[in-house]
Design a protein around this ligand. Structure first.
Ligand code: ASP
Ligand code: MG
Length: 403
């Protein structure tokens, strides 16, 4: 007997028929003698539809009310799934985030789980019931309903698995695992049997949207083994865990493609101490995350400073930088949005040389120019023209023989 957390995403519970499919899977797992807690997302595009309703009322909905609204999506799916389980003859009980003991803090629509007080869920399991928990939501110390940011149900599932000491956490989704690269971009992409937390964390934050980055962080912190699987067909999926049994000779595990980038360039910035600090403090104060940064080698006492941010932050950054250009004595401000970031990720890089050279070689052979380069211990990212993204992904995939 094992204690298992299963999480089903929005597309897996998009309609009544699919809810019954999920219920059958859950029931089967339970009848095999396992204790099962289930986390579900809102049905299909329910969260987007709720957001659009709010937008029709106001462009600036109060955060508290937005969290109140968005949390209703998951409340619908837990109730329906629990009814379906009853219909199949299973004992089951649903819990909102607050009832399940998901304690959160931070902003109302981008909260973090700070504690999981899982006593009620454990009681239900001990009584032989299936516990069905609403993903994506919790309650703060003041009793306010909060949501975890888009895709946050993954994080609920992993936090629940940690809190109840589950043997593993299965994430059922509409893809059948983690791939070497997005199969829609490179059809030759290969499913990975295993991947380490650190690699998955890099891939998740680089925009490979299989898992919520905070879910991977939480899994790493509590050593929860995540099993990513398809909810539509049987298959082995991908295990996310500490030390993946490194396949022989693999240095690179995956490639991430990110088109959600806009590049800003401050040209002719005086080469003085404090200038970069001024620029990036202003951007940070606007609540914007900066991604790639590069400063050119100075000539005539001047630098060019280039950086990228997510497209959604374009207006905010523009508003912050325009007045700054004069203040710091820069010559010109430019921006460009037809850029994309391509990254290779692999824990094997720590011990292997020549990975960066290989990546640049692959891009060069495909005739693709690199605008910005950034590296970490297990990742190399290049900013390129967006129109070359697919060609770049294919070239790098071939070069490292990832198929
Ligand atoms: N329903 C929420 C969303 O669409 C949370 C989730 O799906 O994980 O972002
Ligand atoms: Mg969703």
């Amino acid at each position: 007997m094992a204690r298992i957390v299963q999480k089903y995403g929005g597309s897996s519970v998009a309609n009544v028929e699919r809810i019954f499919n999920v219920a059958r899977r859950v029931a089967q797992t339970a009848s095999n003698g396992n204790e099962v807690a289930v986390v579900v997302s809102a049905m299909g595009d329910a969260t987007d539809e709720l957001l659009s309703l709010a937008e029709q009322i106001t462009s600036f909905p109060p955060e508290r009310e937005l969290a109140m609204l968005l949390s209703t999506g998951e409340q619908i799916s837990i109730a329906l799934l629990t009814m379906a389980l009853h219909k199949l003859g299973c004992e089951a009980i649903s819990f909102t985030g607050a009832q399940a003991g998901v304690m959160t803090s931070g902003t109302h629509t981008n909260a973090r789980i700070c504690r999981f007080e899982a006593a009620k869920v454990l009681q239900a399991l001990a009584a032989g019931k299936i516990a069905v928990v609403a993903g994506f939501q919790g309650v703060n110390a003041g009793g306010e309903i909060q949501t975890l940011g888009r895709g946050g149900s993954d994080t609920t599932a992993v936090a629940l698995a940690a809190a109840i000491g589950a043997d593993y956490c299965e994430i059922y989704t509409d893809v059948d695992g983690v791939y070497t690269v997005d199969p829609r971009v490179v059809p030759k992409a290969r499913r990975l049997e295993e991947i380490t937390y650190d690699e998955m964390l890099e891939l998740a934050s680089l925009g490979a949207k299989v898992l919520h980055p905070r879910a991977v962080e939480c899994a790493k912190e509590h050593q929860v083994v995540i099993h990513v699987r398809s909810s539509f067909h049987e298959g082995k999926g991908t295990l996310v865990k500490e030390a993946a049994s490194v396949e022989k000779g693999t240095v690179i595990s995956g490639i991430a493609c990110d088109e959600d980038q806009v590049k800003f360039a401050l040209m002719g910035v005086p080469d003085q101490p404090g200038v970069a600090a001024t620029i990036f403090s202003a951007v940070a104060e606007a609540g914007v995350n900066v991604d790639l940064i590069v400063q050119s080698i100075h000539r005539n006492g001047e630098n060019d400073i280039l950086f990228t941010v997510a497209k959604a932050d374009f207006v905010k950054v523009q508003r912050v930088l325009e007045p700054l250009v004069r203040k710091i004595g820069a010559k010109e401000l430019r921006h460009q949005s037809n850029v994309a970031k391509i990254s290779v990720v692999g824990a094997g890089m720590i011990h292997h040389t020549g990975v960066a050279a290989g990546m640049f070689q692959a891009l060069a052979s495909a005739g693709i120019n690199i605008e910005i380069i950034s590296t970490s211990e297990i990742k190399i990212s290049c900013l390129i023209a967006a129109k070359h993204l697919q060609k770049a992904a294919e070239a790098i995939h071939d070069y490292f023989q990832l198929s």
